[in-house]
Design a binder for this molecule. Structure first.
Ligand code: HEC
Ligand code: HEC
Ligand code: HEC
Ligand code: HEC
Ligand code: HEC
Ligand code: HEC
Ligand code: HEC
Length: 264
């Protein structure tokens, strides 16, 4: 297996050399930061995507459209870098056994370690003080990402509001349901205000204070001596030492059935 490891690193180098000639520049920078090894399966070797295709036809057919298949090559030489086996580990023993659900192949739907091998920054995000409980094993990447298909973000990025917030909505119905008085910010998706993996602020907000709101509500008039004027109202005393979404203010940030100014 030692030889195999060296081989995997050599392969990465080759990939970045390709990027130097301008082909896959952005991806190369990702890989340089994250040069790593596929999961190791005791005694097994790489077989390449073509072999997987024999039995997992639907997945193998969808896969070339995935961002992970950018370097997709049927040549087994690439298997540990971009192919099925970069996430699932060396496949020869799984194949020889005729497949099956056992320890001969890695299923990262159960354990995200494989994903963290390459996505170091994402791992760091999940270790910030406020985070979705992925490292704790209570959630998994595949609840928000489709590992094989074209739409790796699931519908968290997209067009219509319903689709945009769909993956979050499966677990957070209260925030994602429709309201009589909608907050238009929701049309840009939950991630305009929340960091999806984790962050330092409470409730994974991307900003801890009123700047969260002022990014969009820029109808402020800053004349010397003026306070914080939003629309027709001087918010100077309201907003002092309080968040815009404090109780009694615009606390219904996700939408309200009662009040167009987004109160409860
Ligand atoms: C000879 C047919 C065959 C080949 C070739 C094959 N598989 Fe499988 N694989 C199976 C079968 C059968 C199952 C279990 C059936 C099921 O539940 O879907 C399975 C299950 C799996 C699982 C789920 C394991 C689990 O514990 O949840 C993964 C992942 C997997 N295969 C990946 C691969 C990869 C990657 C390749 C190529 C390296 C590959 N397979 C090649 C037949 C095959
Ligand atoms: C980016 C990493 C990644 C790559 C590359 C990848 N997979 Fe997967 N695969 C996963 C994850 C994550 C799961 C778990 C999905 C889930 O639980 O919904 C999975 C699950 C599977 C399963 C089990 C499906 C089931 O019903 O339990 C099979 C079979 C499989 N992959 C085959 C493949 C094949 C074949 C390829 C290449 C064409 C491939 N995978 C490429 C990450 C990957
Ligand atoms: C072998 C390294 C490797 C592994 C393992 C890996 N990824 Fe990736 N992933 C990449 C690279 C490289 C890209 C960037 C591809 C590109 O630029 O098109 C990427 C892209 C992504 C993206 C899309 C980023 C974007 O901005 O579009 C997501 C989401 C993602 N990976 C999730 C996962 C998940 C979930 C797993 C585990 C199931 C995983 N990755 C495993 C290397 C890897
Ligand atoms: C709660 C849902 C959720 C979970 C769980 C999740 N992601 Fe994400 N992820 C997202 C969303 C939403 C985005 C898009 C962020 C954006 O567009 O600002 C994203 C973006 C990404 C990206 C590209 C941008 C970046 O931050 O680098 C990668 C890579 C990624 N996720 C990997 C992973 C991996 C690996 C896991 C599991 C360890 C995971 N994600 C778990 C929702 C999630
Ligand atoms: C598979 C279910 C699931 C999905 C999908 C999901 N979440 Fe979560 N979310 C959770 C769990 C579990 C917690 C932690 C709750 C706890 O620890 O009590 C959480 C916590 C949160 C919190 C903090 C809540 C609090 O009271 O501290 C926010 C904000 C959040 N999620 C936003 C999102 C966003 C935005 C998305 C989509 C990108 C998303 N979630 C997708 C399950 C999910
Ligand atoms: C305009 C900004 C904004 C948008 C967009 C947004 N949120 Fe929030 N969210 C907040 C604020 C502010 C809080 C309250 C934080 C606090 O209590 O300090 C919050 C709180 C939460 C909480 C904790 C429970 C609660 O209601 O206080 C969850 C869960 C949550 N949001 C999920 C989501 C989901 C899912 C989406 C997308 C459907 C979303 N949010 C979109 C700003 C936003
Ligand atoms: C992504 C942009 C965006 C963000 C971030 C945002 N909003 Fe909004 N908000 C809008 C838009 C667009 C409207 C509808 C047009 C308008 O009234 O300005 C709106 C409307 C409102 C309204 C109703 C105004 C009225 O007069 O009916 C309130 C109240 C409000 N937002 C509060 C907040 C609060 C509080 C925050 C921070 C938690 C916030 N917004 C963050 C875009 C945003």
């Amino acid at each position: 297996m030692k030889g195999m490891k060296r081989y995997a690193i050599g392969g990465m180098g080759g990939l970045c050399a390709m990027a130097l000639i301008g082909l896959f520049l952005s991806a190369c920078s990702t890989l340089q930061r994250t040069v790593t090894l596929p999961p190791e399966i005791e005694g097994a070797t790489f077989v390449g995507n073509k072999v997987c295709m024999d039995c997992h036809t639907n997945i193998a057919r969808a896969f070339p459209a995935s961002p992970h298949a950018r370097f997709h090559k049927d040549d087994p030489k690439w298997a540990g870098i971009s192919g099925c086996e970069s996430c699932h580990g060396q496949g020869s023993r799984h194949v020889a056994a005729g497949g099956g659900r056992n320890s001969l192949i890695v299923n990262p739907g159960k354990d995200p370690t494989t994903c963290f091998n390459c996505h170091l920054e994402v791992h760091a995000e999940f270790r910030l003080p406020q985070h979705h409980p992925v490292v704790e094993g209570r959630m998994n990447c595949v609840q928000c990402h489709d590992p094989h298909g074209r739409d790796i973000m699931k519908p968290a990025r997209g067009l219509a509001m319903a689709r945009l917030n769909e993956s979050c909505a499966t677990c957070h119905r209260d925030q994602a349901r429709s309201f009589v008085f909608e907050h238009e910010a929701m049309r840009e998706g939950c991630t305009v205000c929340h960091a999806p993996h984790g962050g330092v602020n409470r409730k994974m907000l991307i900003q801890p204070d009123n700047n969260l709101c002022l990014r969009c509500h820029a109808e402020i008039q800053h004349r010397p001596g003026d306070g914080l004027i939003l629309g027709k109202f001087d918010h100077s005393s309201n907003a002092r030492g309080r968040t815009c979404w404090a109780a009694g203010c615009h606390s219904a940030v996700h939408g309200s059935n009662i009040n167009s100014r987004l109160h409860y």
